[in-house]
Design a protein around this ligand. Structure first.
Ligand code: ATP
Ligand code: MG
Length: 426
């Protein structure tokens, strides 16, 4: 169709509808907002479907993450969800005692499989096919994948799902030194990602427990009341310590004074781990070094919770009217709304033309072309939360301008088309 590009959309064609009332069975703010605005649908506790608007946000978050992963040498892959029991037995992570979130099932042909809650074991085993010599290293594969976890409590909407989307990257390096260099470059990449997502200033690199292999790991924690973690901030140094590892020894090591710490609630949006050479030894991933000696490969693992980030942002950037998306991950650049187009041919022509113009400039537009009262359109627009709204009505036509409203501040301006477009910052 003329003027239509795949990324813009007429709202009359959008199958989702907004809801005035919050769903009764939903207690988390992020899910409530996202369901009311038509971004997600709840299948059951901790399990959500992503609808057209929701998927657009997910894709934008993924693209920001993907760009940064590619920049530091990542290669995108996609691993399977069904996993071999035998691999996880070798590392002692099959038993429900050691890993309490497994979903497992039996094959009709005999034997058991696990549903991937993480991928260190299968990917490390797979890498035996591609790593033999030091010349093959380093390798940094990553994926976006739905993880399945039998979480005991799933009350935080998409911030804690039983099925959720994660970006997981793995680093295979020859030694501690090259591991450390890459590890540091991931920290930098993660900072850039959170900056682009609009949560850079409230996301802290946080010292946390390291699980079985190392004393500590690093988490990225975003300050929010809806988070499930408690962390201690050292605002000046821009680092934090998770409550679970806070003690005098840690403070000394990090050069932090207890008196400078501030307790806040936070959501863990990313986590980076050093597995050293332990998994490679357990699973048999070795390489030959320059002297021809066999050595175990060094493994690092780097997660980002894609859907948790979406939920966290939905909670933080919202008000009593609905969502307020940061520009970079808004489902559309602009929400174009016609007022009175059903009565005025001039309004209809003008708004159709503006829609075409915006599309031809490469901007993505949600065009509310529905035959509804202005109040209803504006309330829906507030709920959906696209940061900038363009309104065309008889009043704006008389002035030859566009009414531009900022979703966050509520500020309204009458602007020429060119100035209105420049606000979109593209
Ligand atoms: P948590 O302590 O919150 O359970 P985790 O330590 O189990 O997280 P990882 O296994 O390191 O998390 O997973 C990497 C990232 O995936 C986390 O930093 C988080 O952002 C995200 N994540 C983990 N579990 C969930 C979940 N149930 N729902 C949504 N995102 C999750
Ligand atoms: Mg967990």
């Amino acid at each position: 169709m003329k003027g239509e590009i795949s990324n813009s959309m007429r709202q009359s064609k959008l199958f989702t509808k907004t809801r005035r009332e919050a769903p009764k069975d939903e207690i988390s703010k992020n899910a409530e907002l996202l369901i009311r605005a038509g971004f997600i649908h709840k299948e059951m506790a901790g399990v959500y479907d992503f609808l057209p608007l929701g998927l657009l946000v997910i894709e934008k978050i993924k693209n920001i993450v993907r760009e940064e992963m590619d920049k530091i040498g990542g290669q995108e892959i996609q691993m399977s969800s069904l996993q071999r029991k035998e691999l996880w037995e070798r590392t002692d992570r099959w038993s429900d005692k050691n890993v309490d979130v497994w979903f497992k099932s039996k094959l009709n042909s005999g034997g058991e499989v696990g549903f991937g809650w993480s991928h260190e074991e299968p990917i490390t085993d797979m890498m035996k096919n591609y790593i033999g010599s030091y010349r093959d290293l380093p390798i940094y594969p990553y994926q976006f994948q739905s993880k399945l976890r039998n979480e005991l409590r799933a009350k935080s909407g998409i911030m804690r799902g039983r099925e959720f989307l994660m970006k997981d990257m793995y680093s295979y390096t020859t030694d501690e030194k090259s591991h450390q260099e890459f590890y540091d470059s991931v920290i930098e990449a993660y900072h850039r990602i959170f900056e682009k997502l609009g949560i850079g200033d409230i996301t802290y690199l946080t010292l946390a427990s390291g699980g079985a292999f190392t004393q500590f790991s690093h988490e990225f924690q975003t300050i929010t009341e809806s988070g499930e973690d408690v962390i201690y901030l050292e605002r000046e140094k821009k680092i934090a310590v998770n409550k679970e590892v806070l003690n005098d020894e840690v403070l000394k090591k990090e050069g932090i004074e207890r008196g400078n710490l501030e307790e806040v609630k936070a959501a863990e949006v990313g986590n980076i781990f050093d597995f050293k050479d332990i998994k490679s030894k357990e699973l048999g991933l070795y390489f030959k070094d320059e002297k021809g000696e066999e050595k175990p490969v060094h493994l690092g693992s780097y997660g980002i919770g894609i859907t948790r980030i979406m939920g966290t942002i939905a909670e933080i950037f919202s008000d009593d009217k609905g969502l307020v998306w940061p520009k970079n991950i808004s489902p559309f650049d602009v929400h174009l709304i016609s007022v009175g187009a059903e009565k005025s041919e001039a309004v209809k022509t003008a708004v159709d033309k503006l829609y075409d113009n915006l599309n031809s400039k490469g901007l993505t537009v949600l065009y509310d072309d529905r035959d509804l009262r202005p109040g209803e359109k504006f309330a829906d627009s507030d709920l959906i939360g696209i940061p900038t709204r363009f309104i065309i009505s008889e009043k704006t036509l008389e002035q030859g301008k566009i009414e531009v409203k900022d979703r966050e501040t509520g500020k309204v301006e009458m602007l020429e088309e060119e100035d209105a477009v420049s606000i979109l910052g593209k």
